[in-house]
Design a binder for this molecule. Structure first.
Ligand SMILES: [Zn+2]
Length: 386
């Protein structure tokens, strides 16, 4: 009985430059044994795709001549070695596995056929995304094309912005009229000690630009209000709500339902956070969940009560996760679900939230807002003060 060590000796392994010479000379059948999304991202010219899972069924169609010189490659040389073993067992007489795979091939500066739409730097930067079948090159291009607005560059917006920037969200709008304060640095990790006193939008832009030059940051050094909200949110695909006050949350909800913009909303206090995703008319809105704001004594602020920085970061990253799923159109967004996180017990609890048919904003009998009234909103300060 052949041991694996003995089998191994029988498989010919060749270096990329040797493979390149043979390929140039012609008369070589070149097999790429990876998954389709990897092949799509980049492959060696002339390579025929035969994924490992279907090799037994498809190899004969790709390489009909069992006596022909055949070179197999994959990403790093492991799958192609196994494929070469399988092919030998199927009767292929002259098969070699290219050691180091297409990674080694590219490291040696040998040419590949790469997907259009991404530069070589982007292919490298986002390779851990594009390797995921759920993302792939197509998904990464969607992220690069996406426009995401962060309301607030604070406890939630700061961590969300960092990861959204790293993920390659092409346009990040940031609304904040505050300056960096030393007391922010315990959780607002996009800022730093040297930036105390700097406008938060500028500090965030500098960090994002240093992290990822693909991201275009649009600064709005202002507070969202009835006079500017439609103009600001109009151009964005998804909104991240990290507002620190109820009037802004209600205003944002009403405006986003009018313009049909999805909002990923989270809030934090002490050791507890909550998050939900509001997709207008597909699920409930913020007003369905909270018809009226809580009385002031039940809605303390982080500045009065404190907040665990790590918990704020956790919630901000959950928001970034929701945004990425919405942009890619994969997974299950938190639509109609309210997720609660208790940092002290490390517990997540999920509550179902239904659309309220009586909701004054998104309910069946909600008044149609005529075009001329689109930019007019009730007084939310007053609404929240009641
Ligand atoms: Zn509603």
């Amino acid at each position: 009985m052949a041991t694996s060590a003995q089998t191994r000796q029988q498989i010919e392994e060749i270096e990329p430059f040797e493979a390149a010479q043979e390929i140039d000379a012609g008369e070589v059948v070149l097999i790429d044994t990876r998954e389709p999304h990897e092949f799509q991202e980049s492959h060696i010219e002339g390579g025929k795709l035969v994924p490992p899972g279907v090799l037994g069924d498809e190899i004969e169609a790709a390489a009909p001549e069992k006596s022909a010189r055949t070179i197999v490659y994959c990403r790093s040389g492991k799958r192609s070695f196994t494929a070469a073993e399988q092919m030998q067992a199927l009767g292929y007489e002259n098969v070699a596995s290219m050691s180091g795979g297409i990674l080694a091939w590219q490291e040696q500066g040998l040419p590949v056929v790469a997907v259009e739409g991404m530069t070589a730097e982007q292919r490298e930067r986002y390779s851990r995304h594009t390797l995921l079948p759920e993302v792939g090159v197509e998904g990464q291009l969607k992220l690069l094309d996406a426009k995401v607005l962060l309301v607030g560059a604070g406890g939630l917006g700061a961590p969300a912005a960092l990861y959204l920037a790293a993920a390659g969200i092409g346009t990040l709008g940031i609304v904040d009229d505050d300056a960096v304060d030393a007391s922010n640095l315990q959780r607002q990790v996009i800022h730093n000690t040297e930036r105390v006193g700097m406008p938060k939008t500028e500090s965030a832009r500098r960090t994002v630009e240093a992290l990822n030059p693909d991201v275009d940051v649009v600064e709005y050094r202002t507070r969202l209000d009835a006079s500017n909200i439609l103009e600001i949110i109009e151009g964005f695909d998804v909104i991240v709500d990290g507002a620190d006050n109820f009037p802004t949350r209600y205003l944002l909800n009403d405006a986003s339902v009018r313009l049909r913009k999805p909002v990923v909303s989270a809030s934090i206090l002490s050791f507890d956070g909550q998050i939900s995703t509001f997709v207008p008319h597909e699920g409930p809105c913020y007003r369905c969940l909270y018809p009226t704001p809580p009385p002031a004594e039940l809605a303390p602020s982080c500045s009065a009560n404190g907040v665990l920085g790590v918990m704020a970061g956790t919630m901000g990253l959950l928001q970034a996760n929701e945004v990425i799923k919405l942009v890619l159109g994969v997974g299950e967004p938190l639509v109609g679900r309210l997720l609660l996180f208790e940092a002290l017990g490390t517990r997540f609890t999920e509550l179902k939230v239904r659309r309220d048919p009586e909701c004054p904003i998104c309910g069946e009998s909600a008044a149609e807002v005529p075009e001329s009234e689109l930019g007019k909103f009730p007084d939310y300060e007053l609404f929240c003060a009641r």
